[in-house]
Design a binder for this molecule. Sequence first.
Ligand code: GAL
Length: 767
Amino acid sequence: MRTYLNDGWQFFENWSDDIFGGDVGQNVRIPHANVTTPFNNFDESVYQFVSGYKRVLHLDDVDGRTFLLTFDGVAHYAEVYVNGKCVATHASGYTAFTVDVTDAVRQGDNQIVVKVDSRETLNQPPFGYVIDYLTYGGIYRDVYLDERKGVYVKDVFVKSVPDSPVIADVILADFCGECQLLAKISDAAGETVFSCCYTANTDKLTLSLPCNLKTWDITDPNLYTLTITAGNEEYAVTFGARKAEFTKDGFYLNGKKIKIVGLNRHQSYPYVGYAMPESMQRLDAQILKNKLGVNAVRTSHYPQSQYFIDECDRLGLLVFTEIPGWQHIGDDDWQKQAVQNVDEMVRQYRNHPSIVLWGVRINESQDNDALYAETNRVARELDGTRQTGGVRYIRNSHLLEDVYTYNDFNRDGASDRRDICGKNAPYLVTEYNGHMYPTKAFDDAPHRLQHVLRYANMLDGVFAAENTSGCFGWCMFDYNTHKDFGSGDRICYHGVLDMFRNPKWAAGVFSSMSDGEPYLEVCFSADIGDYPEGVVGDRYILTNADEVKVYRGGQFVKTYTHADSPYKNMPNPPILIDDLIGDRLITEEGFSRKNSDKAKCCFAAVRKYGLNFLPLKYKLAIAQVMASEKLSMDRVIELYGKYDGNWGGKANDLTVEAYKNGKPIASKTVGSFYRYSLDVTPSHTRLHENTSYDVAAVSIIARDQNGSVCPYINKAVTFRTEGVIELVGDNVVALQGGMFGTYVKTTGRTGKGTLYVDDVKVEFEVV
Ligand code: GAL
């Protein structure tokens, strides 16, 4: 029987031995952040302290029972006390630990106290040098108690590949000589697809379960549950049948070659650091799969919430997970802990079909053969079914792993970069972009477009490089960081989403590659004042449609497809809109076709180079058109303004209609701003008080009369809640890039709750 112990804790900001006495702390619920942070402009000093948590654990009956107390995540060093006695310590903020408290508990009330050290001076990964992310503090993942009576299953490792019996390595506890086991496999609908009885004569055994399962893959992620009953106790584990393999010529899933297209994810959120409950963890996986359409995620730079990985299993999202660390390798004790982290990571996550690779090096560290021989050995011993990788930024570094996983920040084009590793090994790009081009949602249009093109450039190159397994962009969303990084306000604006998971234009490079929801984004501004010197440059459309019809000022201009892209290898590349005039110079101005083509070419050059830097050949071409069509220079400038440039003139709206299989799937108009309204979108409105509180994310986007984001609206927005929910974070904020967000959480009560975003009302129901 499992009981969640997320409620009823008292929190003490300053640790003292008085906590064991009658001292009363602040009532808190887990997941808990040891401090609520501002949105930005704060540093690590705010969460670096030693705090205490205290709770009463009431047990009706302890006779003949085993009690296992699990902490899924305590950042970063924990001492656990039961009835005043220290029963365990744990030195990693990113893996779970289980304490057998059977001998320490008694019938009736027991006191559980946890001393939590959240200082970055700890001698354990990832600490000891600079780190480009904040490490936060607190008991930030679930706490639960498993109660067992008699023999029980302690651990099961399920190994399952298509068309073979399922193999289950089972470890029993409180085993007395012999016992009967019932193994049952059920599918996602709960139907039993296999069941069989076994006699266990030992506490460690391997079961072979012959059954025919549907495979798990990224489009059809079939999951099964293996339930093993020993004595009166059941143990259930979810798994999938799949074969994942990195080879010298790319990545194969169930024998089919797949290009990995992924993003790196940190586990942080505004205000609460790491402390977010189940629904928010799952939401990030849903955003990756359904909104961004990627097929993979790297949990940089540490193992992340089981809920997040469960959702990756459920949705069919491949995962590369890795041990905690950032560039630095510490002394012997520190390294021992790194090896221990491999052990904990592999044991705790190895049943997830979504995980296809273990990262067993400290991210971007130097070669250290002794350490990495050991981390590889441990990973391989505990899991012979998966390959190892280890993220490096060094060319030709020692390869003790199976896959050369490399952060490629300097790629320029479509070459196969496997030479980087200097070996004929499987090759995977684990980061690109990031600090090479930080981009804020409120940067100007040329900057945001450049962000888009850098993603396209890399992805196109990786698709061209047949043998490269794929690539993970840096990164999914912006994050708070240390002073050594970031843009001065302690934020790394490296995300394709902002901190609230609102999309920047670059997110559309991924969304447009996917077959999912219809996607259309027009990457330019109708206001040429947003472009230095009024030089608009290239205009791009991102879409997963087959073709787009472009209209200017209501007049049809041209139909474009993905063939109209400079990128030739990636699916659905950004479409270059090089002509916004079409035949209008002919039909409306009476130009000959030849002069129309010439003029359009010159106008495009003006857009690209600006008038002052226009190459001579275009100046000459303009002169020819002027002579042939009998135009004055003033008239040419007027025509440029009317049909293309538009400096100071009445803006012409641009409308794009997107079609798939001949059917319209989306349309978008980009024009000058007239009015806006707030688009307030909650992640979900039915919240659950279950094993803990629930949180809903609320996205707030200022959209103009056409539904386009208004990147320069930075108005203040006020939040107010009523009923059974409360606000997380600030109650007055300013939009950034026309976007922001907030969170509401449940308060232990069920019923109705309302959030007011200025005068926009969002109703929630808590059940
Ligand atoms: C990498 C590092 C990441 C992040 C990124 C920024 O070197 O692994 O954690 O800092 O740079 O581009």
